[in-house]
Design a protein around this ligand. Structure first.
Ligand code: TRP
Ligand code: SF4
Length: 537
């Protein structure tokens, strides 16, 4: 297959993005690269917050937080609050992730398996998929190899506790409903976006593009029967797909619900500023907000102390002045985005209380934004729309390779496959690099550097499992110089051996479950079987 080129993406789609919460999506020459098909190492996680608007993950608000959350392995998110709130309120929510079957599943994939299983245990509808279309079109894998690896991923996922009766497992190529959704999404996206987001160009193979639309469909698939908050647990290299799917979900909505204060439109920044001003005036006894007119508000704005940028202030002031004596009245506005006439009429009909209907929007005066949002979704669903919630995501750190550097399937000593012979797993841990000092003496004196140590990471992300006490003890003893690398590795190696032996036994038990599943693992397909490329984890 031809080599696609993937220059650094700047994270900026040129699509309507004002309401998906990404404040700064600016590009720049020293951007962190987020390339789904590149080599996934991230040197600077905090930079992802600034540059791409990924939010910092705060496990303290998550009930029953998973150990990967507690130990900082899950470091970032987009709007996970939606899912967390659904979870807390016993409302439906979903989780979905996908796996490219390019090799054996390894301990890096186990993080994602664990995340899916945990969300399932918290009551979510959980989906795991095999990205076989992507493996074939973007990595040139042969279908025979794909079949074999797909089987292996599914076995590990089941062995680790995925409940296939409660959740759903599928292959991209095998899922007709998914392909229909991909087709719909494809008709709302265009090639310029693929260029901007992924650096695709004239040489990119068309099936690769199809696999991207398919991934966008994967991300929205859990909402087909019933729209619900959905979390996509992935590595940060997948963030471009997440952002694109969030845009697609938004632009496919029939209505956009916003707050307004008068007849004219505000952008998000102006709206926030005006909301702050209005609240301040409402709290001020000397101002009668019921009688407030736009030109009065413009005057108040001059004296209003808020940390908004000058351009926003100036544009808001201009809009208020232009509106002159128009009274200010807070309202919730439904903007027509993709609604058909019947849906627009039905919406107007179903709004209770005072309302004003215009050509392409309806203003309402007695609805809360939440109630409006719900109504918009109901009407959309009643009129053949999807009514998608914007999907959320959580991001985990990539595991460090056992040899230092990145963990990669093409460097066997750098990773541990879930299929590795337990003895080999043991030996790989024993030969891992550490954050230890050159001599035992120095180690006792200065302490080791657990934050720089792949072996500590094994404890934290895998071996200690739910035992926080063990993870904390290894960390502290190491940092205090009370733990030496030889013994520390021996302990980790033994745990690894036990884990692998146990996991492989469970994989055998899972064979029967896999047979029960309605998944075709001997796809009778022809194609070009290329060579496996270097896959980062
Ligand atoms: N692109 C992902 C990978 O490279 C696999 C994938 C396909 C996926 N569809 C997905 C991940 C949907 C998350 C959600 O591993
Ligand atoms: Fe790593 Fe353990 Fe050595 Fe500390 S003592 S540096 S955690 S191997």
């Amino acid at each position: 297959m031809s080599e696609d080129t993937h220059p650094q993406t700047d994270g900026g789609t040129d699509t309507e993005s004002s309401d998906n919460g990404d404040p700064d999506r600016t590009g720049g020459s020293d951007d962190v690269a987020l390339d789904p098909w590149g080599s996934s190492t991230i040197d600077d996680y905090p930079k992802l917050f600034e540059q791409f608007g990924i939010e910092e993950f705060d496990e303290s608000e998550v009930p029953n937080a998973h150990f990967l959350m507690r130990r900082g392995a899950i470091f970032g998110h987009r709007e996970y609050d939606r899912v967390r709130e659904a979870m807390a309120n016993d409302e439906p929510f979903a989780a979905l992730s996908g796996f490219m079957p390019t090799g054996d599943p390894h301990i890096g994939h186990k993080l994602v398996f664990d995340e899916l299983i945990w969300h399932q245990q918290q009551g979510g509808e959980v989906y795991g998929l095999i990205a076989d279309m992507e493996a074939h079109s973007a990595r040139g894998m042969s279908w025979d190899d794909i079949d074999e690896h797909a089987r292996s991923y599914l076995l590990s996922l089941l062995a680790l506790g995925f409940d296939a009766e409660e959740g759903e497992l599928y292959r991209q190529s095998d899922n007709r409903v998914l392909q229909d959704l991909a087709f719909e999404i494809g008709s709302t996206t265009n090639f310029s976006e693929f260029e901007a987001i992924y650096g695709f160009g004239g040489e990119t193979n068309v099936s690769h593009m199809q696999s991207v639309v398919t991934q966008l469909a994967d991300i929205l698939y859990p909402q087909l029967d019933e729209p619900m908050p959905t979390v996509i647990p992935v590595g940060p290299d997948q963030d471009p797909h997440v952002r694109f799917a969030r845009d697609a979900a938004t632009r496919m909505r029939y209505f956009k619900v916003t707050e307004a204060f008068a007849s004219f439109e505000l952008n998000a920044d102006e709206r926030a500023l005006f909301r702050a001003l209005y609240d301040a005036l409402a709290a001020d006894d000397t101002v009668e907000t019921d009688d407030l007119r736009c030109e009065d508000a413009a005057e108040h704005l001059q004296a209003f102390d808020a940390d908004a940028d000058e351009a926003t202030r100036a544009s808001l002031a201009r809009k208020l002045e232009n509106a002159g004596k128009e009274p200010i009245r807070p309202r919730v506005r439904f903007l027509d985005r993709n609604a058909n006439e019947a849906a627009f009429d039905a919406l107007a009909e179903r709004i209770s209380g005072e309302k004003r209907r215009y050509d392409a929007h309806i203003d309402t005066f007695d609805l809360s934004p939440e109630a409006a949002d719900e109504l918009a979704r109901e009407v959309e669903i009643d009129h053949d729309g999807y009514g998608f919630h914007t999907p959320s995501s959580i991001y985990h750190r990539f595991m460090t390779g056992l040899t230092g550097g990145k963990m990669s399937s093409s460097i066997p000593a750098s990773h541990i496959s879930l299929l590795d012979d337990p003895e080999d797993g043991h030996d790989k841990v024993m030969s891992a690099t550490t954050g230890g000092r050159t001599t035992a003496e120095e180690q006792r004196e200065l302490g080791g550097e657990p934050d720089e140590c792949p072996v500590y990471e094994l404890y934290a992300y895998l071996l200690a499992e739910d035992d926080d006490e063990l993870a904390a003890r290894v960390y502290e003893e190491c940092a205090d110089g009370d733990r030496l690398c030889g013994g520390c590795k021996e302990q980790a190696a033994t745990l690894m051996k036990e884990f692998l032996a146990d996991h492989q036994e469970k994989r055998e038990e899972a064979e029967a479950m896999l047979e029960e599943l309605d998944i075709d693992l001997s796809s009778d397909r022809r194609g070009l079987g290329g060579e496996d490329e270097d896959e980062a984890v």
